[in-house]
Design a protein around this ligand. Structure first.
Ligand SMILES: [Zn+2]
Length: 553
């Protein structure tokens, strides 16, 4: 009896002790917000670690590891089962036009329409979804794709949109159809004459089709973009970016008013995309910002200027060392003279700001590389960038490494341009164009972007183009100049940690590591292992920013 009592006492004290110990361990556990588990996480840290769970607290990654280990250390409010899907850092587009994309989304997409009727239908639907528009603009129609290959007339537009301006641009931007409202406002009638343009008539009546200089007359009657429309554009751009797994991007060229609008929207919580805003290097902007320190919040960094050296290859605006292969004696041109470019380089070299210059042609690249070299003087930590770095002379690659100049490139440009770039450049010169691997080798890292809306915002297209160097049809079979393909690992870095580095933000984002912003995406494809076509066609399952779900599919 006595022995039994003793045993009971012993048992009770053991139970009490265990409860006491459990309490201590619970109290010792650190509080956290969310545990994500059952995940295949690619951290993109310096050694490419992978793990299966992580903990988020106050918008940042707190710890990584496996479920049991993390639960033994952290008391979390919520557990999210990722269902063994793949987790990556949020994508970061190193060169895009976020606001431009927003504006682009405010226009009706008329590409690939099969008839004028379809154009009308798309306009109706768009207007239904955007009823506040004061002006309906569209782009991309081509009557050559229609059964009746003739310019349309605006009768139907006049009926549907009697009280707002409508302007629908043809695919080449050299013709547009406008409605009667706009014709009437701008005073265009059958007698209006315009040099370098045409007002198309049918039975002596303007049909609404205007060619080239003719739309200069109507342009001033198209209402200016209101603040509200700008805000809507930004919000819609953000929505599309989250859908595509982007949590950060660099907007390659904004003016002060837009930068301030973005900042105010982020501060009031209306916009949450993280933006590295390059300042357009206009005189006004330079004068304003150079008097001030670079600006930084969790969501916005303003510490760089965007300069343009030349134009684009397609329109022969890229400045080349030797004439275009398909146009005699044509070298393209610089967008401003050398002295003016050098003045800007000098000004910025004396400031805390980073310089980023758009260079497409080998002549523009050489000029800017030389100017950069002159003021950077040698190895440095300024991370000055060349945007696009599209055609580089064989002898000029070395400048990137010698002066730590960062090329910022867009893999989809290679696969979009490859069909005609050979005409512009010829075989020899083409070898050193879109030479991403060679550019990567100069500094050992290379930020990747898209230039959207010039190319699609879709990061999977970038991934696919970068690794396979093929178009959407899988051509060419061996890849375009495949020696310049990047590996999957390099491409993933180029879409996450390297754009962060190109923006001096690699300590706060770009990989899944404790202390960094909890910006990540969930995919059902393994970017490092799955078949490339599957990757190109895949869709983001979920996007998290600051540990908060901002998109789910
Ligand atoms: Zn651009």
């Amino acid at each position: 009896m006595e022995a039994q009592k003793n045993l009971m006492k012993k048992k009770t004290s053991i139970i009490l002790l265990s409860i006491y110990l459990l309490n201590i361990s619970c109290n010792q556990k650190q509080k956290a917000d969310t545990l994500f588990y059952n995940a295949k996480v690619y951290s993109v840290d310096s050694v490419n670690s992978t793990f299966t769970a992580f903990v988020v607290k106050e918008g940042k990654f707190l710890a990584i590891g496996d479920e049991r280990e993390l639960l033994s250390k952290y008391a979390v409010n919520e557990k999210i089962d990722v269902g063994w899907k793949f987790v990556y850092p949020g994508f970061n587009d190193a060169h895009a036009h976020f606001y431009g994309f927003g504006l682009y989304l405010q226009q009706v997409d008329l590409t690939k329409t099969k008839s004028w009727n379809e154009v009308i239908e798309r306009c109706k639907l768009f207007y239904k979804n955007h009823p506040d528009l004061k002006c309906l603009t569209g782009r991309g129609w081509d009557q050559n794709d229609w059964e009746i290959k003739e310019f349309p007339a605006n009768d139907e537009l006049n009926k549907l949109f009697p009280n707002i301006a409508v302007m629908l641009k043809r695919v080449d931007g050299h013709a547009a159809i406008v409605n009667y409202f706009l014709l009437n406002k701008s005073g265009i009638n059958k007698n209006t004459k315009i040099s370098g343009g045409e007002i198309v008539l049918k039975n002596e009546i303007p049909t609404g089709v205007l060619i080239d200089n003719a739309f200069d007359i109507v342009k001033k009657y198209i209402p200016e973009i209101s603040k509200e429309e700008k805000i809507n554009a930004l919000i819609e751009a953000e929505k599309n970016c989250f859908q595509n797994g982007l949590t950060s991007l660099c907007d390659a060229g904004l003016d002060r008013d837009m930068i301030e609008l973005i900042d105010s929207l982020q501060r009031s919580g209306k916009l949450s995309m993280r933006i590295y805003a390059m300042i357009n290097a206009s005189e006004n902007n330079i004068n304003y910002y150079l008097k001030r320190e670079p600006y930084k919040t969790d969501k916005l960094t303003v510490c760089s200027f965007k300069l343009y050296a030349d134009g684009a290859l397609g329109s022969r605006g890229a400045c080349l060392l030797h004439p275009y292969s398909d146009k005699k004696n044509n070298y393209g041109f610089l967008l401003s003279d050398k002295e003016k470019l050098e003045k800007t380089v000098l000004q910025i070299s004396q400031s805390k700001y980073q310089l980023c210059t758009h260079c497409i042609g080998d002549s523009a690249n050489r000029l800017m590389l030389n100017l950069y070299a002159k003021y950077l003087k040698g190895k440095n930590k300024k991370r000055w960038r060349i945007e696009h770095a599209q055609v580089i002379d064989e002898n000029d690659f070395k400048y990137f490494g010698a002066y730590n100049i960062i090329p910022s490139v867009q893999p989809t440009h290679a696969t979009s341009d490859m069909k005609w770039a050979i005409n512009r450049l010829g075989k020899e010169r083409l070898k050193n164009a879109y030479a991403y691997k060679k550019l990567l080798d100069q500094n050992g890292w290379l930020p990747l972007g898209t230039d959207f809306p010039v190319e699609s915002v879709n990061p999977f297209f970038t991934f696919y183009s970068s690794v396979s160097r093929k178009d959407e049809n899988g051509l060419p079979q061996n890849g375009f100049q495949i020696e310049n393909a990047l590996t999957r690992e390099e491409t993933l870095r180029g879409m996450s940690i390297w754009p962060a580095k190109a923006a001096f933000e690699e300590k706060e984002k770009g990989s899944i590591e404790p202390g960094k912003f909890a910006d990540f995406i969930i995919l059902d494809v393994d970017l490092l292992k799955n078949e490339m076509t599957n990757i190109r066609n895949s869709k983001v399952k979920a996007t998290y920013l600051n540990g908060i779900l901002v998109y789910t599919n």
